[in-house]
Design a protein around this ligand. Structure first.
Ligand SMILES: C[S@@+](CC[C@H](N)C(=O)[O-])C[C@H]1O[C@@H](n2cnc3c(N)ncnc32)[C@H](O)[C@@H]1O
Length: 274
């Protein structure tokens, strides 16, 4: 074995220990995922091929970036969402499991209301919501983002996952002036307040435009509550924002129709109609 080579199982042991000391959650799984990214193997191959000799340099380079708190999804360039694998880059928010509740809510609303003819995803980012609803529902989907770099990633995801979506680079709120009464608008907008505490993975690496919405995180909702015409609307909200967001929309004359909670009982999605 050359000096630069070691057994994969030894590297995994060292890497897990360093990730643990750095306070990173799930260090064993993260070490396996880093190895799978470098070696191009599945995680189960990494687990069963521990005796294999591997080059230390490439593995260590990725480990150092993770120790500097770069999110693992950016290091691997992918993240699973709603059972589909999405390309991600630092141009897009990393899809979160809680956003799957928004996709479920959209599927339920469309099944209950046959008059809905199109879905409009405002702030599409990686395209995870738009692509997932396009996979589940036979309706046209429009996906809007103000970031050209995010749209490039979303377009590649739609193509790779075999769905047709109309992508629009625009301010989503301004675009909604051309929304139709038969559109269902879905959005996971920026909803973090400027001084909210954030993990370094989020604060230092995810795009600010995807995160921040004013001092209290509610600026995007304030703009959305004032749009005309008013389509049916499903929105993801941040932890503890349900009363404030419902109040904003109700005082602007919207009807609060439904709330969806996650498995911890936290309200994640609100549904409104004009
Ligand atoms: C929280 S991220 C959500 C991304 C993706 N939909 C998801 O759920 O993972 C918000 C997205 O909204 C976009 N965005 C922010 N302000 C916008 C605006 N005024 N109009 C359209 N898109 C906007 C950002 O570029 C970002 O991609």
């Amino acid at each position: 074995m050359s000096a630069d080579e070691l057994r994969l199982s030894d590297w995994l042991f060292e890497a897990s220990a360093r990730l643990t000391r750095a306070g990173i959650d799930s260090p064993v799984i993260e070490a396996q995922l880093l190895a799978s990214g470098v070696l191009g193997w599945s995680r189960s191959e990494v687990l069963t091929r521990g005796d294999q000799r591997v080059e230390r340099a490439l593995l260590d380079a990725l480990l150092e970036r993770r120790l500097a708190r770069e999110p693992i999804a950016y290091l691997l360039g992918r993240r699973e969402f709603f059972g589909l694998m999405f390309e991600v880059s630092p141009a897009v928010l990393i899809p979160r499991p809680e956003t799957e509740f928004l996709v479920e809510a959209a599927v339920q609303w469309v099944r209950k209301d046959p008059s809905l003819a199109r879905i409009v995803d405002v702030g599409t980012g990686s395209g995870c919501i738009a692509v997932s609803v396009a996979h589940r529902l036979p309706l046209p989907v429009v996906a809007i983002d103000v970031s050209a770099a995010a749209l490039a990633v979303a377009r590649r995801n739609a193509e790779a996952l075999g769905v047709t979506i109309e992508f629009v680079e625009a301010d989503g709120i301004a675009w909604l002036e051309s929304a139709l009464p038969t559109d269902l608008v879905v959005t996971n907008p920026p909803y973090v307040g400027f001084s909210d505490p954030l993990e370094p993975e989020i604060r230092d690496y995810e795009p600010s435009i995807a995160l921040f919405a004013g001092v209290d995180g509610l600026d995007f909702y304030r703009r959305l509550a004032r749009i005309e015409p008013r389509p049916p609307l499903l929105m993801e909200i941040g932890w503890g924002q349900d009363a404030a967001v419902a109040g904003l929309f109700e005082s602007a004359g919207w009807r609060h129709i439904e709330s969806w909670r996650d498995y911890a009982g936290i309200v994640r999605v609100l549904g409104f109609r004009p």
